[in-house]
Write a protein that binds this ligand. Sequence first.
Ligand SMILES: Cc1cc2nc3c(=O)[nH]c(=O)nc-3n(C[C@H](O)[C@H](O)[C@H](O)COP(=O)(O)OP(=O)(O)OC[C@H]3O[C@@H](n4cnc5c(N)ncnc54)[C@H](O)[C@@H]3O)c2cc1C
Length: 428
Amino acid sequence: MILCPRSSWLGTTHKTKPQEEGRTEIMPRYIVIGGGAIGLNTAYQLARMRSGSVTLLEKGLVGDGSSSRAGGIITGLLWSETGVLARTISLRLYQELSADLERYGYRFQDVGCLNLFDPESWTEREELLPLYDRLGFGYEILDAGQMRRRWPDLTPESDVIGLHDALGGYSEPHEFVPALARRCRDLGVEIRENARVDGLQIDSGRVVGVQTGMGVLEADVVISTVHAWTVAFMARCGVRLPIKSFVHQRYVSSKLPERASIPAINANPYGGYIRPARLGTTDFRILAGGETEDREEERVDDLAFRMTGLSAPESVRGQLSTNLTPLVPRLAETLWETEQVGLISFSLDGEPVLGTLSQLPGLVVGAAFHSGGFAYSPVAGLLLAELAAGESPSVDVSSFSPVRFSAQETDAYLATTVVQGEALRRRH
Ligand SMILES: Cc1cc2nc3c(=O)[nH]c(=O)nc-3n(C[C@H](O)[C@H](O)[C@H](O)COP(=O)(O)OP(=O)(O)OC[C@H]3O[C@@H](n4cnc5c(N)ncnc54)[C@H](O)[C@@H]3O)c2cc1C
């Protein structure tokens, strides 16, 4: 076992930096596992805090997981108080990131996010309006005529209701992920690719580092952001988490002569989501995606698993066009040119898993961000960094705690095999 000097809470002594009056300040070493949007945002926030050294370990290349495959749609109009408060911060951080990462080729696309409902599903959503009012999160309720007038390329049926989030929009993953990685490096984060973490180094019940093919790397705090690999990874240190993963796919169309006049849309009544897409400043396309309801969960038992091995049935392309063309008729002018297939993960109650574990001090976990991990990533990074640094999180995340599930319910959930349609479905 590697022995690490220890102090209270998560931070411990290693490197020190001189301070005024000859005192020395503790400089914790942080290790972030996983080079997706959540891990990169965590490293970014830690680096900006300047409270210690930050090393990010990615088993493949940065962006190897779901983050580079995401639709990148972002809305703040979620279904729980914690979710709305967290997304409010995420949307603000996306604006800040947009300014900070502009020179690296990233810009948040603030086109707004339109959440669509049929009369049946609207009844449930309408009950959340007082929550949005209480938290001061702005929204607009639009009928079909209003939506058609505002976005000429949008033709919702007459009974469809729109809940518009003017602060929402989308991020192009192929711009965001590499830009954030470059910014992290420039802020002093050491990003090691092809560096798989095989387990946690534990001494006297405390996490003191990680085990890798290159040996043990010591750390004062380890932050795990390994998404669909979380269940397999945490099982290695005896922690069981009720999280399931499902294959999910999205497509980008052939080129349009000009930008489609649509916002980012969570189009549940149409069985998918759709938004403008851009490959460059003058290359306009449409991005759309959706679930495969009957497909069984995907169990990731092997840390070596890679998403490149996943595929989607050919029929999904045609189904998406059939479902979404009535909403966006300009889809008929296009073909699906590229496909991205990845995994989305849901916890037993559908809320993210974010926090510390009393049985494993020195570890912070962020996982199960449903189909909204890209949208959550800036605030998730902030919250994970705050917890790692021993600070109070900007949002009370007790309802996201990894220890909120009982052992019995966890075991029962993991013992079942479910299809996607049976799992809690939450969009972005
Ligand atoms: C098709 C699709 C569309 C989506 N659309 C949206 C959307 O529109 N909006 C939205 O908000 N979300 C969307 N999502 C969800 C979103 O992509 C994920 O929730 C988010 O990317 C998760 O980020 P992450 O950093 O946790 O995971 P990842 O990006 O998967 O990163 C985890 C990383 O950890 C690495 N890793 C794993 N194990 C180890 C180990 N032992 N050692 C070192 N490294 C390891 C992996 O290689 C991987 O790179 C979509 C997902 C898919 C698949």
